[in-house]
Design a protein around this ligand. Structure first.
Ligand code: FAD
Length: 515
């Protein structure tokens, strides 16, 4: 008993001493930006709303030098960790640091600092801060230069550094690869506090390590993003399928057609064959004036239906009949249910910002700030039909209270030197279960939804599906090892090389801080 008490006193003393030392270290930081000990609440919240981790301080850096100073200070301490916080849109506390230094990357964002340049071959790029929001990059590039990044996420209030640390996927990924395949150079502060510029030819191990590296090897302070000429308009179309096989066949046809022969955007989602306002038929229309007619779907259809969503870019000068002709040619031969086609023409920027409207609605309904136990999976095309049978048609036959995205991408458009791990097959599907339930007791307790996610993952494991978690979240080294598979060794080596004290992004729970 006395021994226990002694240890308790001793441990407490050690902890207090470390806290004092850390406080002194922070006070000694000479930052151009600021350090805030009071508003650390921002860093203990994320979109998932299920985790909390109180940081010692929130740093608002003025530039990469400040970040390097912070990392070097953490290096000198015995236990401090550093978490870059993009826009905090993680689900499971990935951007948090308990008792460490949270870096508010948004404070480095200055839209006017976005610079557009050209490579020798004439193609364009933008140099943007790691803390810039994709929506701001879009607005600036389109309005000032008539240019735009090629590869997107569906929602744009995410930071450049945050999505590049994962992959960044949407309906353009089948053509251009994820956002990590559309960046040619990075400036990074490593876990040793070194500020390095890297690309596929210069410091390439760091470059590829950081892309999809879950924040483990460095903090992205600047990224060079590939651009293309921005179209003016988009023809946005949805068609509905009763059979998963038809939906998957058509989606795969569209994503494997040669460039120029297909749409510019291909996505899809599963929905419930009922009038449920959130999960059912009403989730299909693109516009309040649209009406989805369920009698167009055979009576024999299963409890789950599928919607293919495509978009075609065009310019103001294109004649409407030319656009119609191209659309008809591309939709020709597809097997969707007759009479289910809905479409509308929108400005390109409006199309890319389409989720913003849903965000505003969700904020009004109180479901934006409720917990979001989301699950994202990448499932091989060889297993997606079984996944549909066992998961969509069975476990999720009543929906998830939000979109259930399912659409294919091509492995060959991803760079396997990056840190992202993928299913084995060339074609694999993103499955995103985007739960938007009202907070308990109006909606189910989030623990119930987390348990359902676990059931789905277990189902994939039990059936030996070729799959990976996207935006992965695990608690044990064993699970992380299984996630990375034969890439685990490379991931560990990169960690030893660029962040040997395991200072960075502790919220991912992959490595523990070395004392
Ligand atoms: P944070 O959550 O703040 O950080 C994520 C991780 O990256 C943390 O580990 C953090 O430490 C690290 N990090 C942050 N900034 C940096 C940096 N500059 N350098 C190094 N590491 C850094 N993803 C898609 O791919 N496609 C989508 O369509 C999509 N839609 C989404 C819609 C919504 C509403 C939400 C909430 C998420 C969506 N996501 C999507 C997921 C999103 O890409 C990830 O959650 C991403 O990490 C969020 O970016 P963030 O800036 O908020 O990062």
């Amino acid at each position: 008993m006395i021994a226990c008490l002694e240890r308790f006193v001793h441990e407490n003393e050690t902890e207090t001493r470390a806290e004092d030392d850390n406080g002194r270290l922070c006070r000694g930081l000479e930052l151009e930006g600021s350090i805030d000990y009071c508003s650390t609440g921002l860093a203990s919240k994320d979109f998932g709303g299920m985790q909390g981790g109180k940081a010692l301080a929130l740093i608002r850096p003025a530039g990469a030098e400040d970040i390097a100073r912070v990392v070097k200070a953490a290096w000198r301490s015995s236990n401090l960790t550093v978490a870059a916080r993009g826009n905090g849109h993680s689900i499971n506390g990935q951007a948090m640091t308990e008792g460490g230094l949270a870096i508010d990357m948004r404070s480095m964002d200055d839209t006017n600092s976005i610079k557009v340049g050209r490579f020798n071959n004439g193609s364009a790029y933008a140099d943007v801060s790691g803390g810039a929001l994709w929506g701001d990059v879009l607005e600036r590039c389109v309005s000032v230069y008539g240019l735009a990044p090629r590869s997107w996420t569906d929602y744009l209030d995410l930071t450049v550094g945050g999505t590049l640390s994962n992959a960044g996927v949407s309906g353009q990924t089948f053509r251009f690869g994820p956002q990590t395949s559309n960046v040619s150079e990075l400036e990074v502060v490593t876990g040793k506090g070194d500020t390095l510029v890297c690309s596929d030819t210069h410091n390439s191990e760091l470059f590829f390590g950081v892309l999809g590296g879950l924040g483990q090897f460095g903090i992205i302070t600047r990224a060079r993003i590939l651009l293309q000429t921005a179209p003016d308009m988009v023809r946005w179309i949805r068609v509905v399928y009763a059979e998963f096989d038809d939906f998957a066949r058509d989606a795969e046809i569209l994503v494997t057609r040669a460039d120029g022969q297909s749409f510019d955007y291909v996505e899809g989602f599963a929905f419930v064959n009922s009038d449920d306002p959130v999960n059912g038929w009403p989730s299909v229309p693109l516009d309040p004036n649209h009406f989805f007619d369920p009698t167009r779907v055979p009576r024999s259809a299963s409890p789950v239906l599928y919607c293919l969503e495509v978009a075609l870019h065009y310019r103001n000068g294109d004649h409407p009949s030319t656009v119609d002709l191209v659309v008809e040619r591309m939709l020709g031969g597809l097997r969707f249910c007759d009479g289910t086609r809905l479409e509308k023409d929108v400005r390109y920027v409006e199309f890319l910002m389409r989720v913003k409207e849903a965000e505003e609605q969700a904020k009004m309904n109180g479901i934006w700030d409720a917990p979001h136990p989301w699950l994202n999976l990448l499932v091989s095309s060889t297993d997606i039909a079984d996944f549909d049978r066992l998961v969509f048609k069975n476990i999720l036959k009543h929906g998830v209270g939000g979109p259930m995205l399912v659409y294919p991408m091509l492995r060959s458009k991803w760079d396997d030197r990056s840190s992202v791990v993928l299913p084995e097959r060339e074609i694999f599907y993103l499955v995103a279960l985007l739960r938007f339930s009202p907070p308990y007791p109006k909606g189910p307790p989030f623990e119930e939804m987390v348990a359902q996610n676990r059931e789905i993952i277990q189902c994939c494991i039990n059936n030996r599906f070729d799959f990976k978690l996207y935006l992965p979240h695990y608690n044990s080294e064993l699970e992380w090892k299984r996630h990375f598979g034969n890439q685990w060794e490379r991931f560990v080596e990169r960690k030893a090389c660029f962040d040997p004290m395991a200072i960075l992004s502790p919220g991912q729970k992959i490595f523990s801080r070395n004392p």
